[in-house]
Design a protein around this ligand. Structure first.
Ligand code: NI
Length: 206
């Protein structure tokens, strides 16, 4: 089967699973990660097709999103086999999708895996990352911000995770892009806290 045809079928499969996903892990997240993975692979001289394929599929089986990861892994394996992805390529793809999540703290073995991890982390930061953070926080019924730090909040998530991502990029192109997105997040947080604290300043100025 031609690579373009395989990617079309994979997009359809991903759309079936993530079309209505409200947590920021929707079809368009998969698309952005897949396309960035393809671009990073090009710059690194890695296998763009494998990187893009794994990018499309990287959140399949994530325990945040799937109640029964093992059964979806089985389904994915059957699907990939049905579109003529070889057993060795399926093994590479599964190594990638099982090892890229930040919470597990693991790094996939292959360069294509490191690339997909970079692409996924790029999508967690910058303006898009900010939007996804609040979508996810709302879905989890978290506060936007708690100035007393009694409850976990979306703003806290920037300090716990998002501001640490840019320093962990594997590839040069992702490092460059991450720096811009990181700077924008810092600017955003300064503005957010300035507006938040302006309530008290306004009180003092009365
Ligand atoms: Ni993801």
């Amino acid at each position: 089967m031609r690579e373009e045809r395989i990617l079309e079928l994979v997009q359809q499969y991903v759309n079936d699973h993530f079309e209505h996903e409200p947590s920021g892990h929707d079809y368009y997240h998969m698309k952005r990660v897949a396309k960035w993975a393809g671009t990073l692979a090009f710059h690194e001289g890695a296998d763009s097709f494998t990187a893009e394929l794994a990018g499309w599929l990287h959140d399949i089986g994530d325990s945040k999103l799937f109640d029964d990861p093992d059964s979806i892994y089985k389904e994915l394996d059957q699907f990939l086999s049905s579109i003529q992805i070889s057993p060795s390529k399926r093994a590479v793809i599964f190594d990638i999708i099982k090892n890229i999540s930040f919470s597990k703290g693991q790094v996939p073995e292959s360069i294509e895996g490191k690339i997909v991890q970079d692409a996924d982390r790029l999508d967690a930061i910058g303006a898009v990352g900010i939007a996804r953070t609040f979508a996810y926080g709302g879905l989890k019924k978290q506060l936007i911000y708690d100035e007393n730090d009694h409850y976990s909040s979306s703003i806290q998530h920037f300090y716990d995770k998002l501001l640490h991502l840019s320093s962990g990029m594997h590839t040069k192109k992702a490092q460059e892009e991450a720096r811009k997105r990181h700077d924008f997040m810092e600017q955003y947080l300064r503005q957010f806290l300035d507006e938040w604290n302006s309530v008290e300043r306004a009180g003092e100025e009365k």
